[in-house]
Design a protein around this ligand. Structure first.
Ligand code: FE2
Ligand code: FE2
Length: 253
C-alpha cells in the first residue's frame, strides 16, 4: 500500500481506525478531503474506535444527556479494564465453564461467553472517572450513573457486528438468578440466565480479588465467603458457585 505524506497536524481530523494485516492504523482526513493512514498509539486508537461507536448510535448521546454526563472517553480506564479486570473475568468465566456439568455446558455457548466476558465492562469508558474511582460509597445519583455502564456497553457494541447473544450477556451481566439486579428484565429480554450467571460470578470474583480505591484486595476465602452469602440469598446458582470454588482452589492460590 502506498501512503501519502501526512499534511500538517492542524489541518487534519481523525475519522476512525482500521486494522490491516495485524497492524492498527488511524484514518485521517485533511482539509481537502483526502484520506490517509497513520499508525497510532494504542490510546488514540482506542479513543477513535469508541468515538466511532458513539457516532454510529445516536441513542448513546441520549442516555448520556439524560444522566447529564459529558461524552468523554476515558482511555486510561479502557486500558486498565482490557488488560486487567475484563481479561481476568474472561479467564475465570472460561475456568468455571470448564468445570460445570455437561448438562449446563450444553445450554451455554462457550464462544459467546468468552466474547461477552472479554467486553462486559466496555461501557465504563463513558462513566466519569470521578464516579468510577471514587474512594468512598457512591451516592444515589452516582450509583444510578454507574449502573448504566452495562447498557452503555450494549449500545456501544450494538452497531459493531457483535452477535445478539453476546450483546445480551453484556447488557445483563449485573443481573442475578432471582432477577433483582440491573437493568430490569422485561418480557423482551433474551439474556441466557445461565450465561449471565457464569459471567456475573466471574466478574464479582475478579473484582473482589482486586484492590479498589475504597478497599484492599480480598483473599480467596474472603471473596468466596461473600459470594456464598449471595448463594444463600438466591442470587447465585449453587452449581455455578461450586464450580467457582473448585476453580479457585485449583488455579487461584
Ligand atoms: Fe460491570
Ligand atoms: Fe466487571
Amino acid at each position: 500500500m502506498h501512503l501519502k505524506n501526512p499534511p500538517r497536524e492542524n489541518s487534519i481530523s481523525l475519522k476512525g481506525a482500521v486494522q490491516i494485516s495485524n497492524s492498527s492504523f488511524l484514518v485521517y482526513e485533511d482539509a481537502c478531503g483526502k484520506m490517509f493512514l497513520k499508525t497510532g498509539n494504542e490510546e488514540a486508537l482506542h479513543k477513535s474506535v469508541v468515538q466511532s461507536m458513539i457516532d454510529s448510535n445516536p441513542y448513546i448521546a441520549k442516555i448520556l444527556k439524560r444522566f447529564h454526563i459529558k461524552p468523554l472517553i476515558d482511555t486510561k480506564t479502557l486500558k486498565d479494564l482490557t488488560g486487567g479486570h475484563m481479561n481476568d473475568t474472561c479467564n475465570i468465566a472460561m475456568g468455571v465453564y470448564s468445570i460445570l456439568s455437561e448438562d449446563i455446558k450444553e445450554k451455554v455457548d462457550k464462544g459467546t461467553l468468552k466474547e461477552a466476558s472479554m467486553l462486559h465492562d466496555l461501557g465504563k469508558v463513558l462513566i466519569p472517572s470521578k464516579i468510577l474511582n471514587k474512594p468512598a460509597k457512591l451516592n444515589v445519583r452516582e450509583r444510578k450513573i454507574m449502573n448504566i455502564h452495562s447498557t452503555l456497553g450494549y449500545e456501544l457494541l450494538k452497531t459493531q457486528g457483535v452477535s445478539e447473544d453476546v450483546l445480551n450477556l453484556i447488557k445483563y451481566h449485573h443481573q442475578n438468578w432471582k432477577h433483582s439486579g440491573y437493568p430490569i428484565l422485561t418480557s423482551e429480554s433474551k439474556a441466557s440466565d445461565l450465561g449471565v450467571q457464569i459471567i456475573s460470578i466471574a466478574d464479582k470474583y475478579s473484582a473482589l480479588r482486586e484492590a479498589r480505591v475504597y478497599r484492599r484486595r480480598l483473599s480467596r476465602i474472603e471473596a468466596l465467603l461473600i459470594l456464598y452469602r449471595e448463594v444463600r440469598e438466591g442470587k447465585i446458582l449453587p452449581e455455578v458457585y461450586q464450580a467457582l470454588v473448585k476453580y479457585a482452589e485449583k488455579y487461584d492460590s
